[in-house]
Write a protein that binds this ligand. Structure first.
Ligand code: GLU
Length: 288
């Protein structure tokens, strides 16, 4: 990805990281630590500006994930583990770095602020790598390509995005889904929520006629809220990437190296089979 290394900024970041750490995790509800095994890298030898060495010194990789999105980041109430593709990617990257994995809930609108405020090291939260977002943060390789779609009640006659004008559409605050509806159905009324479970509940209650976001999120909601169904073909492309604060090029490189290793040794396909195939019926190719 982009290589804009600023030594001065890098040094400033390291000083910040050493004195304060990423912090913030305790301020968010429900953090979950998962021992990821692997060798302890120890605290010594952190090179100036190395984001990876700062993570190794801290002994954990803090990942912002969803906590309510089945198959990507879902906090299982029976064991408090965060499950899904995003959560497993967090674990694999942490393991590769030789540190523990910790997940912190990052809803759509929190993702970039949490990176900028150093509340998390990375965001793996169904996040589309858009050109707009790339002005503020960097992204890893694209690890999955979703597409925006529609979830409606079973007896609804809404079939495509063209049917949304004049309808109340539920979606996630701070998402590309929200922006796309504004553009593609300017006459629709948007009802926005922090989490997609709240949006699904609003559909179930009749506060909106449709929930629109990534199809992969809607598959989980359809399961969560019986009597709802996905309709139409996806009408956008949502290339999902792992978000990293700018000027942490070594961390982006380490993440990409691990994604490439996972692609090469079959671990990525195994994760697609576990988390994506049950919903879509297909095991995708790694998009990088
Ligand atoms: N992938 C889209 C986004 O990053 C929608 C899903 C979400 O809000 O997490 O905004």
């Amino acid at each position: 990805m982009k290589r804009s290394i600023g030594l001065v900024i890098g040094l400033a970041l390291l000083v910040g990281a050493c004195s304060a750490g990423p912090g913030g995790a305790s301020a968010t509800a429900g953090t979950t630590s998962t021992p990821a095994g692997g060798a302890s890298a120890g605290a010594s030898g952190a090179a100036a500006g190395s984001a990876v060495d700062a993570i190794k010194a801290k002994g954990k990789l803090v990942c912002g994930t969803k906590f309510d999105v089945r198959s990507f980041g879902f906090k299982n109430p029976t064991n408090n583990q965060v499950e899904g593709l995003d959560a497993d990617l967090c674990r694999e990257i942490a393991k590769a770095l030789g540190v523990e994995a910790e997940t912190v809930e990052a809803v759509s609108a929190n993702r970039i602020p949490f990176l900028l405020e150093d509340k998390v090291d990375v965001v793996i939260s169904t996040m589309t790598a858009t050109e707009e977002r790339k002005k503020e943060i960097d992204f890893s390789h694209i690890y999955y390509v979703a597409g925006q779609s529609l979830l409606v009640k079973e007896d609804s006659d809404i079939a495509t995005v063209d049917d949304l004008n004049g309808k109340t559409v539920c979606s996630g605050e701070g998402s590309t889904s929200e922006e796309n509806i504004r553009e593609m159905a300017p006459e629709a009324e948007l009802l926005l929520f922090k989490t997609y479970t709240e949006a699904g509940q609003a559909l179930a209650d009749g506060r909106c006629e449709v929930v629109s976001t990534d199809n992969t999120i809607l598959f989980g909601l359809a399961e969560q809220f019986p009597g709802t169904k996905l309709v139409g073909e996806p009408f956008t492309e949502e290339p999902l990437g792992i978000g990293v604060k700018k000027d942490k090029d070594d961390l982006v490189e380490a993440i990409n190296a691990e994604l490439e290793a996972m692609k090469a040794d079959g671990r990525l396909t195994a994760l697609y089979e576990k988390w994506i195939k049950p919903f879509t019926g297909e095991t995708p190719e790694a998009p990088f």
